[in-house]
Design a protein around this ligand. Structure first.
Ligand code: ATP
Length: 284
């Protein structure tokens, strides 16, 4: 038996950090949605009690450090599954990019193994399992568009933003999420973006307002550390994207574009600047 799952990339339309908690985690408020840029995950049953990971991507760990491996081990332990699984990751999402590639792979592994092993785990229970693997995993289990609070595990689904093009560009640097959160001074954030303003723009289906109201407090840390991310943002604005923001802790910058006629110009302009550029649709 074999199953396949798509693991789409996420972008943050809003990322705010409210405070650093006593347990060391940050209290966040995030509005997240998915884009049509996905890894493809194949899971094949093995009779031997083992987990094997392979991938065409040479730059991700294939052992227990891989989040798909961790998801498989978690579900096996928790539901006492004796069979093993061979997992192949066809990576399309750039790694360490702020697009939750690893988290989405982990979530897709939970969904796929739930089917492969006929475990009938409800989605909410998979989200609770996912929270043990990483803050973005619970959202990736169900996808769609949602507001996340707490560490990212308290999720409330919301309606999808107006459909548009999303141009993504990742400069050739890897950014560590923990480094960026470590350098953030949560009590000194000058401008907090407003989640209720973004929610209102979505509810009113006002693409122009949504573009104006995008915000990510991690930008000030990443843009200072990596000037190429700032340049990339400026470049995307100059090329005419309607709304431009860094996703997650970066370094990927995305531009929302309503008119298809503009997309090719922005895509081609960015290709002169970096190799990893994608023009995709929102996954609504
Ligand atoms: P986030 O937006 O959730 O912070 P990210 O997009 O910045 O995530 P990932 O692509 O998930 O980052 O990769 C972060 C790290 O996780 C990398 O250093 C990578 O080696 C490791 N990793 C583990 N499993 C995977 C996986 N299946 N795919 C990609 N990276 C993985």
């Amino acid at each position: 038996m074999k199953v396949f799952e798509k693991a789409p990339a996420k972008i943050n339309l809003l990322l705010d950090v409210l405070r650093k908690r006593e347990d060391g985690y940050h209290e966040v408020e995030m509005i997240m949605t998915m884009v049509d840029l996905s890894d493809r995950i194949e899971m094949q049953e093995l009779l031997r009690d083992t987990i094997i990971i392979s991938s065409q991507a040479g730059y991700i760990p294939l052992d227990e450090k891989n989040l798909a491996f961790q998801a498989a081990r978690l579900i096996k332990d928790r539901y006492d599954v004796k069979q093993g699984v061979y997992i192949h990751l066809d990576k399309k999402i750039p790694v360490a990019a702020g697009l939750a590639g690893g988290s989405s792979d982990a979530a897709a592994t939970l969904r796929g193994l739930n089917r492969l092993w006929k475990l009938n785990i409800p989605a909410e229970e998979m989200q609770v399992l996912g929270a043990e693997l990483g803050s973005d995993v619970p959202f990736c289990v169900t996808g769609g568009t949602a507001i996340a609070r707490g560490r990212g595990e308290k999720l409330e689904p919301i309606e999808a933003p107006p459909q548009c093009w999303v141009v993504l560009a990742k400069p050739p640097i890897n950014v560590s999420t923990s480094e960026i959160y470590g350098k953030l001074r949560a009590n000194q954030i000058a401008n907090h973006p407003s989640a209720s303003d973004v929610l209102e723009a979505i509810r009113l289906k006002r693409f122009d307002l949504l573009c104006e109201r995008l915000g990510n407090v991690l930008e000030e840390v990443t843009l200072d550390l990596y000037p190429e991310v700032r340049q990339l943002k400026e470049c995307m604005v100059r090329l005419g994207a309607d709304g431009v923001l860094m996703s997650g802790s970066g370094p990927t910058v995305f531009g929302l574009v309503s008119r298809e006629a503009k997309v090719a110009r922005i895509y081609n302009g960015l290709r002169g600047f970096c190799k990893d550029v994608y023009a995709v649709r929102l996954l609504t």
